[in-house]
Design a protein around this ligand. Structure first.
Ligand code: C5P
Length: 303
């Protein structure tokens, strides 16, 4: 977790408010073809989970967008939160700016959508704080230009997704607890999508073919071959007992590196979490059908 470095001298046009940015898991991930621009057509299910980054936002009167947290791995100009705020500013012509604070809890390069979720939270929360009044679909379009995973977080519901990840159908997934294991490596999404050996011709399925226990991530063999720690974590997970002592099914999220398994109760998940080898970090998180960002926004609007 990175502590924000506060600068109370900044000219503020509004108080600092904090907004959650939840992580996601891909319950399965297929690539059905490649578009002419190099992007890939996916079929996936995004399961939102309660593990969240926190984004602090304080509107500024002088129009500047400033990141107030030092994040060694990501320079401010590349940070999706800063880029999201600038994109919304440009698109709406609003004269306000913002100070942006980040509390990172979602690992970088872990396939959990942390950077995209942070960007979505900035778009949704600043749209409210700046009173710019964009509809979710417009915010989603702005978000898609920043990253393929941004739209699901803008819409704020677990969903069946197609296209680059922006054609979304909200799903009511059964209540599950997820043990997420981070095998200590960061994976570049671009590297995995560029891999010659990636399977790009998964048969097209329909939403009716999906069950929450469906597994299969076409990126998994590519990542396992290049990052052995991911394969080791998957094999370890698949040896752990789940319901009625049956072994759990280890899966990889997105392009990795995080792997996960689903459990029917928090206790079952915690029992396995207690055995995760010290060389990896892990957490247990409840699956969510609705984003906590949207629940907070609703309460904020009612104030
Ligand atoms: O959109 P995002 O920045 O998360 O994607 C990172 C990289 O992953 C892209 O530059 C692209 O190379 C690849 N990608 C892809 N098809 C997708 C999503 C991502 O080829 N649907």
């Amino acid at each position: 977790m990175t502590a924000p470095s506060e600068d109370l001298e900044a000219p503020q046009a509004g108080p600092l408010t904090w907004w959650p940015a939840p992580a996601k898991l891909n319950l399965f991930l297929h690539v059905t073809h490649r578009y002419s621009d190099g992007y890939h057509a996916l079929q996936t299910v995004f399961q939102l989970i309660e593990r969240c980054d926190r984004i602090g936002l304080a509107p500024r009167a002088d129009g500047r967008i400033e990141r107030r947290t030092t994040l060694a791995q990501v320079p401010p100009e590349q940070d999706l939160t800063v880029r999201a705020a600038r994109a919304l500013q440009r698109h709406t012509g609003v004269s306000l700016g913002a100070d942006i604070h980040l509390l990172k809890q979602i690992p970088l390069g872990g396939g959990l959508g942390g950077g995209s979720s942070d960007a979505a939270t900035v778009l949704v929360a600043l749209n409210a704080l700046w009173d710019t009044g964009l509809a979710p679909e417009e915010l989603s379009q702005l978000g898609l230009a920043l990253g393929a995973d941004v739209p699901v977080f803008v819409h704020g519901a677990s969903a069946w997704a197609e296209g680059r990840g922006e054609r979304l159908t909200a799903l009511e997934l059964p209540q599950r607890w997820y043990l997420v294991v981070h095998p200590g490596v960061a994976v570049s999404t671009a590297e995995i999508f560029q891999a010659a050996e990636l399977t790009r011709n998964s048969p097209v399925i329909t939403i009716r073919d999906f069950s929450p226990d469906r597994v299969g991530n076409v990126c998994e063999p590519v990542v396992r071959a290049r990052y052995p720690a991911v394969g080791e974590a998957l094999e370890w997970l698949s040896r752990q007992p789940g319901a009625f002592g049956h072994p759990v099914q280890g899966r990889m999220s997105g392009t990795g590196s995080c792997v996960f398994a689903a459990f029917d109760s928090a206790e079952q998940a915690e029992r396995v979490a207690a055995r995760v080898p010290d060389r990896w970090s892990s957490f247990v998180a409840r699956g969510l059908n609705r984003s906590p960002l949207h629940e907070l926004l609703q309460r904020w609007r009612l104030q």
